[in-house]
Design a protein around this ligand. Structure first.
Ligand code: PLP
Length: 356
């Protein structure tokens, strides 16, 4: 080993879902929205003057944060925007978790959380979910350096009621609590945004990647009281003042304005989720109750890893996590009906051939 290699940061990075370059695949592995972004987004992109790219974007991202503030009935200084919620969450970990006490998040949750802890040297503990993959709220009553809860949780899809989230908040008034609501719009349950005025230590993080069909544009945002938003901005301006590009800002504003279109796409996905649940049941799968745009399924007899490989060989991509307790599950994004039909047609044939 060369001496300088000692100075290289050692980190085991997050593994994103595959983005295969080939067409004609059924892609149900990264919880993307199968429907296009709102018409206003398309129009804004087509109408963009490339000459405007000479200029730096507005570092305060005010057009977008103001639009989001209007939508969620907040003050403008209660919204922070960034390059996807991954970017926003990373800055939140950096800004808010500076205690010697460990932060807490479930053992099964978004697998990026432990990566940021390692990267930023944040101590953490991961209280285990119960045998039904539910959070035991009492695990979060003890002293800690912060709390992170994905609601709905990933990759289980389970969504807790707002009263459950408020119970955790009421037991954690001395630390910052992050609620990661990447999938909340698919749950039919209330967002924790409504609790921001009551709990000044609450940060709610959401994204344009799932419900708003804009994963490729990379837009995420955090909402919370102005002291927390300022802290996030202080970190941002200490790394890169111009995080969000001009195109993303314009497109993002249009997506927020066309909430009706977005609502419609969400309804279609929820309907397709219900139909998919029936299909999975008939094929011998069981699954957790999903408040998201994916189902977390396991088969009664066939190992998940084998099904995963068979699907992949046939150009059907789902997500498999080779991790303790969840390595016999598949996370399947809800796609268009025709994509789901291809999945179920393959599974039916595969399962019959395996049982023959
Ligand atoms: C998808 C996802 C994110 C990240 O989304 P971005 O594309 O970075 O906005 C954050 N948290 C959870 C739980 C997710 O599933």
């Amino acid at each position: 080993m060369k001496p300088w290699e000692n100075n290289i940061r050692k980190i085991k990075p997050y593994t994103p879902g595959e983005q295969p370059g080939v067409k004609d695949i059924v892609k149900l592995n990264t919880n993307e929205n199968p429907f296009p972004p709102a018409p206003g987004v398309m129009k804004a992109l087509k109408g963009m003057d490339p000459d405007s790219l000479r200029r730096y974007p507005d570092p305060s991202i005010r057009l977008l944060t103001a639009e989001l503030a209007r939508f969620y009935k907040l003050e403008e200084d209660m919204v922070f925007a960034g390059v996807g919620s991954d970017d926003v969450l990373a800055m939140a970990f950096l800004a808010f978790f500076n205690s010697d006490k460990p932060i807490l998040f479930p053992d099964i949750s978004y697998s990026f959380y432990p990566v940021w802890c390692d990267l930023f040297h944040i101590p953490y503990e991961t209280p285990p979910l119960d045998e039904n993959f539910k959070i035991n709220r009492k695990d979060y009553y003890k002293e800690n350096g912060g709390v992170v809860i994905a609601n709905p949780n990933a990759p289980t899809g389970i969504c807790e009621d707002l009263s459950f989230i408020e119970d955790i908040l009421s037991h954690n008034k001395d630390c910052i609590v992050i609620i990661d609501e990447a999938y909340i719009d698919f749950s039919g349950k209330d967002s924790a945004v409504g609790l921001i005025h009551k709990y000044d230590n609450l940060i709610v993080v959401q994204t344009f990647s799932k419900a708003r069909s804009m994963a490729g544009m990379r837009i995420g945002y955090a909402m919370g009281n102005p002291v927390l938003i300022k802290a996030l901005n202080d970190v941002k301006y200490s790394i890169n003042s111009y995080t969000m590009n001009s195109t993303a800002i314009i497109a993002g504003v249009e997506a927020v304005r066309d909430a009706e279109y977005c609502r419609n796409a969400i309804e279609k996905i929820i309907k397709e989720r219900a139909r998919s649940e029936e299909q999975f049941k008939q094929l011998g799968f069981t699954f957790t109750e999903s408040g998201s745009n994916f189902l977390f399924v396991t088969h009664r007899t066939l190992p998940a890893s084998e099904i995963f490989n068979a699907l992949r060989e046939n150009n059907i991509y789902v997500r498999y996590f080779n991790a303790p307790r969840i390595d016999n599950y598949l996370r399947v994004s809800i796609g268009k009906p025709e994509d789901m039909d291809k999945l179920f047609a393959f599974l039916k044939e595969y399962i019959e051939s395996r049982n023959a």
